[in-house]
Design a protein around this ligand. Structure first.
Ligand code: ZN
Length: 161
């Protein structure tokens, strides 16, 4: 069986930066399981998986345009501390959910200057080349229900209650 649209695919992967830092990995955990062809994973990785079979191992370097996008300096903005009601202390590295015109957005505190908090709305991996080492562990047909929902159920997938 080959990977194509509407197959449920399980992979082990390690993601490293160009500097060789490990950014994410499934090692020691369950493999990542996703429904192929629907944009459930980043485009560059999904494209590289198409046509592969169980047991295939490969590496792929994904440019920002096919990963988490280029960094956009316009998404860095200053907000008064008073906007953070109920937060005792605001420190660089903290992350908050913020309402934006595009929906909920994850923002990261990158600096605190007096009464101003500098927030970065870019994805933490925006602007990075993403170097994946991948091994395909399982491929199966999706169920009708999974296709209806657009995501995987069961181990590694969504659980509905
Ligand atoms: Zn579902």
């Amino acid at each position: 069986m080959q990977i194509e649209t509407h197959k449920v695919v399980s992979i082990h992967y390690t993601l490293t930066s160009d500097e060789g830092d490990i950014l994410d990995s499934s090692e020691g955990q369950e493999p990542l399981t996703y429904l192929h062809g629907l944009g459930n994973i980043i485009a560059g990785l999904e494209n590289a998986l198409t046509g592969r079979a169980v047991g295939d191992k490969f590496t792929v370097s994904v440019a920002p345009a096919e990963g988490y996008g280029e960094r956009d300096d316009a998404m860095v903005q200053s907000v008064p501390k008073s906007a953070f009601q109920g937060v005792d202390e605001i420190l660089p590295g903290m992350q908050f959910q913020a309402q934006s015109p595009e929906g909920m957005q994850l923002v990261t505190v990158i600096d605190v200057e007096g009464d101003d908090v500098i927030l970065d709305g870019n994805h933490p991996m925006a602007g990075l080349n993403l170097n994946f080492t991948v091994e395909i562990t399982e491929i199966r047909d999706a169920t009708r229900e999974e296709l209806d929902h657009g995501h995987v159920h069961g181990p590694g997938g969504h659980h509905h209650h």
